[in-house]
Design a protein around this ligand. Sequence first.
Ligand code: ADP
Length: 229
Amino acid sequence: MIEFRNVTKSYNNSNHPAVANVSLRVERGEFIFLVGPSGAGKSTIMKLLFREIMPTTGQLFFIKRNIINFTERDILKYRRLIGMVFQDFRLLKQKNVYENVAFALEVLGQSPRKIRQKVPVALEKVGLTGKEKAFPSELSGGEAQRVGIARAIVKDPLIILADEPTGNVDRDNSKQIMKLFESINENGTTVIVATHAWDLVDRMQKRVIALKKGRIIRDEQYGGYATEY
Ligand code: ADP
């Protein structure tokens, strides 16, 4: 479904590439952990995938279409297929839980009826039924991230991209959040998670792609985090 072909990304103000000659295929329905030390290029890969930044050289395909050539309109359509989950949650502070999730559909122009149908389903999936009226400031890290996940899944994305989703969540809740990604994946959504949560990566035995200084140093079908970088 996704293919990186010899992708290199060099930021303007840097003399070494953030991602260097990466070739990679992701099939529909895969669950992938992106691991590696800080600065290894994980976020850059996520941003390339979201078409937030462009490769300096190389090609990037989504279902056989080169996303580098997308028009603004193509980009908007493409991003509808992707659910993003962030380390810092990025919830709207002045909106409650329900409204945060509903907003993801409002911006896509979905009807109030559809929104009323879909938001409770998403909240139920992440175990937040009953918390609809709470505001982000009243939530724990784990709850806030589950709102983040509900917001990502409510639009039925093909792909979930999560960049350090458990970075601000305690251990028990981190486990729960990874389990949630696993069940979302079991329903057919492709999930890509960049993480430092080595114990969870080890436990879950998914495909692991390890990066170091922008290069892929390991790509294992059922791997662990491994420390020997
Ligand atoms: P990771 O997510 O693995 O921590 P990043 O993709 O954020 O890695 O960073 C990879 C490299 O690119 C690092 O050397 C980082 O300093 C650099 N980098 C990331 N974003 C920018 C930017 N906007 N401008 C310049 N350099 C950047």
